[in-house]
Design a protein around this ligand. Structure first.
Ligand SMILES: NC(=O)c1ccc[n+]([C@@H]2O[C@H](COP(=O)([O-])OP(=O)(O)OC[C@H]3O[C@@H](n4cnc5c(N)ncnc54)[C@H](O)[C@@H]3O)[C@@H](O)[C@H]2O)c1
Length: 342
């Protein structure tokens, strides 16, 4: 193990600040999926030695053979990672100064399921050392970092904000989008304390052009849910209008295209059978569930938007049946081509 001069006389978190600044820190990502692998590549490109941990042995085997399992990341980008270690063994996290958690946060039976964050956080707690920083990137409800993650990490015997830094930074990556990349999309960052925030800002500034801060992790957790709820609700609105327009004999596409010519105060959304990606149909429910749990009532906009969006596949099938009928064709035996299915 390398002993740095700075370690001898500095508080462990001040030593971390120096190591982030001079890039001698080792940065790890737990969960190498759509969010985690691009992040690991960026962290490495900015000069850090990196450790990638994933529970899926096949992904780790592929990465060790310098093969990427993510469309946005070319094999050549993995090949270029000469200061990277890949493993399914979380014990390696003991070598990391910065640990970023990029675990799935699905719904199970309509409720937030943080099981994978829990398992990974327990792994991190077993290896946590003074002067490390843990950052959660998963999308989740306000309060997760402080009320859910913090106590698990503190089973290490270390205290968040004093012995190790704790931060939250929601991921905004849009897989396949060439215009808005990880480095050019502003990144929201929040820390448990001012010092945690400063450390996290310094870390992300190494590979993201613009870092935006909030005063606590709750506001950052909420910001991500606001972004995705905005999309979910607006897509539901045009879906509801599309069904209505059909009944009114209005061509909704023509109307929406005409409305989209307004250069201010309007952002176009388009109707369809799905809301796009797996996040938009899940994340708003995290917010509604949290409101229900804490305030006793769920978010009506979100619940209604879910209902409308969930009805759309059936509606589209009905419209396809009607179109076939108009063409004198039975549904049975007809071949229907789905275009744009992701
Ligand atoms: N995919 C997106 O476009 C996107 C965008 C923004 C935010 N998010 C959010 O980011 C988070 C991660 O999403 P994702 O799309 O990268 O998920 P993903 O399923 O692509 O990747 C998650 C990875 O975590 C691994 N994993 C699961 N449990 C583990 C454990 N205990 N230890 C180690 N590895 C484990 C899985 O094997 C998988 O490789 C979610 O909260 C999601 O909502 C996703």
């Amino acid at each position: 193990m390398t002993t740095y001069l700075t370690d001898l006389d500095l508080h462990p978190l001040d030593a971390l600040a120096v190591r982030i600044r001079d890039r001698s820190a080792t940065a790890a990502v737990v969960g190498l999926g759509y969010v985690g692998l691009p992040l690991l590549v960026s962290m490495h490109a900015s000069g850090f030695r990196v450790i990638g941990v994933d529970a899926d042995e096949r992904k780790i085997d592929g990465l060790r053979s310098r093969r990427s399992h993510i469309g946005d990341i070319a094999d050549s980008a993995v090949e270029a990672m000469d200061r990277a270690t890949f493993s399914s063994n979380p014990a390696l996290l003991a070598d990391a100064d910065v640990i970023v958690l990029c675990l799935p946060t699905p719904l199970t039976d309509g409720s937030p399921d943080l099981t994978m964050v829990l398992t990974a956080a327990e792994d991190v707690a077993r290896s946590l050392k003074p002067g490390a920083m843990v950052v959660l990137e998963s999308t989740t409800y306000p309060g997760t970092t402080e009320e859910f993650l913090r106590p698990i990490l503190e089973t290490s015997g270390l205290r968040a904000g004093r012995d190790f830094a704790l931060a939250y930074s929601p991921e905004r990556i849009d897989p396949g989008n060439r215009h808005h990349r990880l480095d050019t999309t502003p990144k929201i960052v929040a820390g448990l304390t001012d010092r945690c925030r400063e450390l996290a800002v310094s870390f992300y500034s190494a590979f993201v052009q613009t870092v935006v801060t909030t005063s606590s992790p709750r506001e950052a957790e909420m910001a991500k849910l606001i972004e995705n709820t905005y999309r979910q609700v607006n897509i539901a609105l045009v879906n509801e209008l599309a069904v209505l327009a059909h009944g009114l004999g209005v061509d909704i596409w023509e109307s929406l295209r005409a409305a989209a010519t307004k250069p201010f105060g309007y952002q176009p959304f388009w109707p369809g059978p799905g809301v796009g990606g797996h996040c938009i149909s899940i994340d708003p429910t995290y917010l509604s569930w949290r409101a229900g749990q804490q305030l006793g009532h769920r978010v009506e906009f979100i619940e209604h938007a879910n209902e409308v969006n969930n009805r759309m596949p059936d509606y589209v099938v009905t419209r396809v049946g009607e179109a076939l009928n108009d063409a004198g064709r039975p549904i049975k035996g007809s071949k229907v081509l789905g275009v744009g299915v992701a």
